[in-house]
Design a protein around this ligand. Structure first.
Ligand SMILES: C[S@@+](CC[C@H](N)C(=O)[O-])C[C@H]1O[C@@H](n2cnc3c(N)ncnc32)[C@H](O)[C@@H]1O
Length: 273
């Protein structure tokens, strides 16, 4: 592992999320292992195949890629198999330990950095693609990580990120054993972008659609697509989301719910020339 890491102290939300993800890392190992074994990408908690959502550039071969909040780094592994040159950065030493173990098992090597995606130790214009699947795009402050992604990308480069849809955030409970998403609004749409959970020490960030568009444009991006992901009718177990037999992935929402409303969304934006 590359041991370049940002100067301490970390911002409070980054330190809190490091502690939380180091604690959660063992639970995520089986999902990471499963996703690393998949030959082709599929996305989010419903494992929607890349062929249906088209989040990646048509030919990633030769692209320099930074994965922001790579976790177990299966997205980088898929991209490496497609001929790209990924670098993964993550804030959790324990998540990176899983990523390193899976690299060794699969014989696929790429740099893994311990660090905060809000301050990546690479020069300007180092990458063609910045990608994050429920990574820094959810757990880092968008007012910091989006400008950083813009700095890291070359003109014409793409930012792709997948996170919770605001509709889902309106109807999801606050406690781990709350029921999955229902049909009643439980939270305001207009809120501070920061979410803390009553029973957790971690911090998430969620923006309304208008706020994402404002921020992306202010940082020099053109929004190309917003993909609002619908759960497929039948289970598909391709990637790092739901596991076989898991009817309500992560306890978040039933397939029936996610057939009617979006649990997650992916943004694709291009850095202006
Ligand atoms: C859901 S996981 C990773 C997603 C990845 N697709 C996977 O499942 O392996 C979220 C990751 O974001 C990382 N993370 C949280 N805050 C971060 C930050 N500020 N900078 C970099 N990584 C961060 C966490 O350490 C965690 O590994």
């Amino acid at each position: 592992m590359d041991d370049r890491s940002p100067a301490e102290p970390l911002p409070a939300h980054v330190a809190a999320n490091r502690e939380a993800w180091d604690r959660w890392a063992p639970e995520f190992e089986p999902r990471g292992r499963r996703a690393w074994a998949e030959a082709s990408p599929s996305w989010g908690i419903w494992n929607v195949p890349e062929s249906e959502v088209g989040l990646l550039p048509p030919d990633p071969a030769g692209l320099d890629v930074i994965e922001l909040g790579c976790g177990t780094a299966y997205v980088s592994a898929w991209l490496a198999r497609l001929g790209a040159r990924p670098v993964g950065i993550d804030n959790s030493p324990n998540q990176l330990a899983t990523a390193r173990m899976l690299q060794a098992e699969h014989g696929i090597e790429f740099p893994l950095l311990l660090g905060n995606a809000e301050a990546v130790p690479y020069p300007d214009a180092s990458f063609d693609l910045a990608i994050s699947e429920y990574g820094a795009c959810l757990w880092a402050d968008p007012e910091a990580w989006v400008p950083e992604a813009a700095r890291l990308l070359r003109p014409g480069g793409r930012l792709v990120f997948l996170t919770n849809h605001p509709v889902f955030m309106l109807v999801t409970g606050e406690l781990e054993d709350d029921p999955p998403a229902g049909d009643r609004l439980l939270r305001p749409y207009f809120h501070d972008r920061r979410y803390t959970w009553p029973d957790e020490t971690s911090v998430e960030f969620h923006l309304a659609h208008g706020e994402w568009i404002r921020l992306l444009r202010n940082c020099g991006f053109e929004v190309e697509r917003l993909v609002e992901i619908q759960a497929p009718e039948q289970p598909s177990y391709g990637g790092g989301g739901g596991l076989p037999g898991e009817e309500v992935p992560f306890g978040l929402a039933s397939r029936e719910w996610a057939r009617q409303w979006p649990t997650e969304e992916a943004w694709i934006a291009r850095k202006r020339d």
